[in-house]
Structures are given as structure tokens and as C-alpha cells.
Design a protein around this ligand. Structure first.
Ligand SMILES: NCC(=O)CCC(=O)O
Length: 336
């Protein structure tokens, strides 16, 4: 934390408004900046006929086909967005209790990675590692007798990670919150010759009600049996987040994430200060829905988008996953 030895000379020697007088002066003393290179753009991919459609609870977000994902990658590259993060809307017929589709080398996500890498090789492709889009019951882990199985799930996640790395993913994002998964994935990547694949661990992922629209987007809303509180974190906890980040770094994570974003900026700041590692936040679907809903109704101006993202930078984040990424990239380009 920055300590301020003395605030200001007594008024009128100091007039803090002097440095706020013009845009040039304000720019000069700005402590934090938001750039297009701070953004990761999450997109939803599907190969289910007719499912490539707008997500009602996320105005402005549309599920895309694999071709659409390649076009999004080209658009991101054009706009200067460095990375895309892929989430699947899986065919309901492929969602099973065993989640086998998750590590199918030819599943939707692996085909999408290969298609993007063939056409837009320089964009960083990030993936999601969790079983929920493939699970009949909507959970991130395998379930037996109502219990989310940790170690069996980790084995499944390792298979999933290897298939994604094999397909050319640059960044793997384990978002499942099982214990021990980062170390297991890291060891498997090393043994399989994928030592250069990065892991962005969802280290501090809270059991949050802000994920609702995302579950609509991946078709998991009606499926979830119970809740995710036995694996995702209690929103009441801060020290636990720091312990989990420490653990994931020790297990081989290259970067860490706090999720959700806006209600958890205190966690972002604490993580960055404690560890100094590349720290990301996810401005999740519920945050997106709140802001875009208010803008669509004329209750807020779209300036709040930039303000919300700048707040992540001020809280210490190196980057932000946000559905606003292309919109923000265009606004930033217009203002440059
Ligand atoms: N692994 C992704 C999520 O769990 C939810 C993200 C969101 O709500 O945008």
C-alpha cells in the first residue's frame, strides 16, 4: 500500500485542482490506464443448429459457430485485443454423468482452437477447464451420490487440459476449484511436452449469484442440481483467497484470477500486493448484464463501462476478462 507521508501543503499553497484543470494535465498525472492490451474477450461457441443466437440475459452477446469464432478472432486481432477465451454451448445429447465429451480431442472447443490457430495464429487462445458444460447435472466436477468428487474430477480435468494443449491452446483456465488440479495439470503438461502452455488459474473463484446469465449462455441453467458451495469460495472470505492463490502459484500457475470482479476488487488488490504475479479479474456475466441493462434502459451512460474496467486496473489487475472487450476496444481506438 502506498504510504503518503504528507498530503498537501496548506491551502492556498496547494490547490489540487491545478492538476485537474485541463485534459492534458489530467492525462499527465493519471496513475492508471486502461489499454486494449489489458483485455481478454470471452466468447460462446456452439455447433448445435439454431443455438448460434443472442443470449437473452446478456444483451449484445451472441453464441457463435466455429466459423463465427474464427471471425471473432480476426476481429480481436484487428482491434488489438490479445486474447480470446472460449466457452462451449455443448449439444445437450453430449452432456453425460461421466462428462466424456470434455476430453474428446474432436469436441467443439478443440475444433474451435484448431480453426482459430489455423486462421489467426497470433491471437492467444484461452480455454476453460471445468466439467459443467459437459455434465448432465451442471456441476464442475463428477458427482456420486450427491457428492462432488475431487480426485476423480482432477483426473478428468487433466485429460481435458491435455486435449486442449494438443489442439494448440495458449492459456488453460482451470475454473473448477477442485483441490490439486493445478499441480496435476502442470505435471501432465510437462510430461507430454507442453511445457510452454500457460495456466491462468481461477484461484479465487467465489460461489456467486453473478454467474446466472453465463449459465444461460452455456445452457447449464436448468441443469444445476444444488449449488457450487462445496468447491467455490464463500464470498465472506478474504484470507482464504490469499491461501488459494499461494497454493496455485506453488503448484505451477503462471497467472491467477479473481472472480467475480467488481464486488471483489479488495481481493484483486490483496492478491496483487501479496504476490506480485500476473493478476486477472473476470467481469462476469451478471456484472455485464447489470451494466448493459442499465445502459440499454438509458439509466447509465456507456462511460460506466470504461470506468468499471479502469477500476480493475486501479485495484492492481494486469488484465480483465470482459464481454465488453470489442466494444471497449472500439471506444479506446476512437479516443486514441
Ligand atoms: N467459468 C465461467 C463461469 O463460471 C462464469 C462466468 C460468467 O458468469 O461470466
Amino acid at each position: 500500500m502506498t504510504r503518503i507521508p504528507r498530503a498537501y501543503a496548506p491551502f492556498p499553497l496547494s490547490r489540487p485542482r491545478r492538476t485537474r484543470r485541463t485534459a492534458a494535465l489530467r492525462d499527465l498525472i493519471a496513475e492508471t490506464r486502461l489499454g486494449v492490451n489489458d483485455l481478454i474477450w470471452p466468447i460462446f461457441v456452439t455447433d448445435v443448429p439454431g443455438a448460434d443466437a443472442p443470449v437473452a440475459s446478456m444483451p449484445g452477446v451472441t453464441r457463435v459457430t466455429i466459423d463465427g469464432a474464427v471471425r471473432a478472432a480476426a476481429e480481436a486481432a484487428e482491434l488489438g485485443i490479445p486474447a480470446l477465451c472460449l466457452f462451449p454451448y455443448t449439444d445437450p445429447a453430449l452432456r453425460t454423468e461421466g462428462c466424456e465429451e470434455a476430453w474428446n480431442p474432436d469436441n467443439l472447443i478443440n475444433r474451435t482452437i484448431r480453426a482459430i490457430k489455423a486462421e489467426v495464429p497470433d491471437i492467444a487462445v484461452m480455454t476453460d477447464i471445468a466439467l459443467d458444460p459437459y455434465n448432465a447435472n451442471g456441476h464442475d466436477g463428477l458427482v456420486r451420490d450427491g457428492v462432488i468428487l475431487n480426485d476423480e474430477t482432477v483426473e478428468a480435468l487433466v485429460r481435458m487440459a491435455l486435449a486442449q494443449a494438443e489442439s494448440g491452446a495458449d492459456i488453460l483456465g482451470p475454473s473448477d476449484m477442485m483441490d490439486g488440479r493445478i499441480g496435476a495439470i502442470r505435471r501432465a503438461l510437462e510430461s507430454a511436452g507442453h511445457q510452454d502452455v500457460a495456466i491462468l488459474s481461477y484461484a479465487a473463484k467465489y460461489a456467486s449469484a453473478f454467474y446466472g446469465p453465463f449459465r444461460d449462455a452455456v445452457g447449464a441453467s436448468g441443469r444445476l442440481v444444488g449449488d457450487k458451495k462445496t468447491y467455490q469460495m464463500d464470498p465472506a472470505n478474504r484470507d482464504e483467497a490469499l491461501r488459494l492463490v499461494a497454493r496455485d502459484i506453488d503448484e505451477g500457475a503462471d497467472m491467477v484470477m479473481v472472480k467475480p470482479g467488481m464486488p471483489y476488487l479488495d481481493i484483486c488488490r490483496a492478491v496483487k500486493e501479496a504476490f506480485g504475479v500476473p493478476t486477472f479479474a473476470y467481469q462476469v456475466s451478471g456484472e455485464y448484464a447489470m451494466i448493459s441493462g442499465a445502459i440499454a434502459n438509458g439509466w447509465l451512460r456507456d462511460e460506466v463501462i470504461l470506468e468499471s474496467l479502469l477500476a480493475f486496473r486501479r485495484a492492481g489487475c494486469d488484465g480483465i476478462l470482459t464481454y465488453f472487450a470489442p466494444r471497449v476496444a472500439r471506444i479506446l481506438a476512437e479516443r486514441a
